[in-house]
Design a protein around this ligand. Structure first.
Ligand code: FA5
Length: 361
């Protein structure tokens, strides 16, 4: 085959036209395009072909420069051929580019179009924490018995956490309720009994209220203890209130929470702010008495502490103990919740493991 340099310009132009036809065929037809990515690839290749065939440094550009050196008799014919080839190249490239761009545009809008008939993605529904569910059940029962729900502060002074509850400085009852102190001498409340005082100061007597909320103690975490846990305080002060009202109220409460067959028992106990005081147990909601794993084979489950409000506590809240008497009780929500959901360890409630928590709705 003759070397390119030895070809006549006319032959060189013809060969160039052939090469152009071959090379553009692969990229120019939008009908053979397989995908958006393929079209974009072809469009990039087309740009290269434009540089190669009609660019300033293309073979066609050198042939154009040769026109002046062609013998006069064939110059005009050669010049026309060059112009025609150039027009053909440009038209072919323009057409190909246009149809590829059209393909790309329609493929992009198809990809971005929204099918409004498709079902939407449902947001994952949240749910309440088991402690909150438990608190709400307790609140519902007491509200239906005519109690108000009090929400009060978690940071307290020593007066409300201890002194007003008949626990003066140096009293041994401060020890099991040791709590966390701020540098300014405030204490994180160690029991919801603090709300008794606030409620009596605010509302005077008679008063009937419950106060659910968080409390804090210097307790080492174990299956039945956390340094932060929830209690519900109950307080009823009026003329002629007796221990019988306390027993009747808590019996009604456990009937509504665990079922009408549930029994209560009161064991003598000691709290500085009640006199007399009692621990309250209820018969196991699972076995009803003979003993099972839930009640640790005793037939009874501890509900909390209770008693008749100590006259000193009424006095601290400016209520005359000669005129008014009252009862109070305090229940642990976490432990009750753990029993109901049959958890061996109350710490599970605060590990924030959604897979665990979402079982209790
Ligand atoms: C009290 O806190 C008294 N204020 C209850 C009371 C109120 C008595 C009114 C008389 C009148 P006690 O320390 O026993 O009592 O706690 C009550 C309940 O809180 C317990 O029965 C238990 O369910 C729960 N509790 C106590 N400590 C923890 C702890 N570290 N973690 C989880 N629950 C606890």
């Amino acid at each position: 085959m003759a070397d390119e340099n030895q070809q006549t310009p006319q032959a060189q132009l013809e060969r160039l036209a052939q090469t152009f036809a071959q090379e553009t065929e692969q990229v120019s037809s939008a009908s053979g395009v397989a995908s958006l990515a393929d079209a974009e690839k072809r469009l990039a290749a087309l740009k290269d072909l434009r540089v190669k065939f009609v660019g300033k440094k293309s073979e066609l550009a050198s042939l154009k420069k040769m026109i002046g050196r062609i013998p006069a008799e064939s110059r005009s014919a050669f010049g026309q051929s060059v112009q025609q080839s150039e027009a053909l190249f440009v038209r072919t490239l323009d057409d190909a580019e246009q149809s590829l761009n059209a393909y790309i545009q329609s493929a992009r809008s198809a990809r971005e179009s929204l099918d409004v008939t498709l079902p939407g993605r449902r947001p994952r529904q949240g749910h309440l924490h088991p402690i909150t569910l438990m608190r709400q059940r307790i609140e519902d029962i007491f509200v239906s018995l005519g109690y108000a729900v009090e929400d009060d502060r978690e940071i307290e002074t020593d007066f409300y956490n201890f002194d007003a509850l008949n626990i003066p400085e140096g009293h041994p009852a401060r020890d099991p309720q040791d709590t966390f102190y701020t540098t300014d001498g405030f204490a994180l409340r160690s029991q919801t009994s603090t709300v008794q005082i606030h409620a009596m100061q605010r509302r005077g007597a008679p008063v009937r209220m419950i106060a659910p909320g968080r409390v804090f103690r210097r307790d080492t975490p174990d299956p039945t203890h956390n340094p932060m846990f929830y209690q519900v305080e109950g307080l009823c002060v009026d003329r002629g209130i007796t221990m019988a009202h306390l027993k009747g109220t808590l019996a009604e409460f456990v009937h509504r929470l665990f079922g009408p067959e549930t029994r209560t028992r009161f064991r003598p106990s000691y709290f500085p702010f009640t006199e007399p005081s009692a621990e309250v147990d209820y018969s196991c909601f699972s076995c009803g008495g003979p003993g099972c794993r839930i009640c640790k084979w005793s037939g009874w489950i501890e509900l909390g502490g209770s008693g008749m409000v100590h006259p000193n506590v009424l006095r601290a809240a400016n209520i005359d103990p000669e005129e008014f008497t009252g009862f109070a009780f305090g229940l642990g929500i976490d432990r009750t919740c753990a029993r109901i959901y049959q958890l061996d360890d109350i710490r599970l409630l605060f590990e924030n493991d959604v897979r665990f928590l979402e079982q209790f709705r």
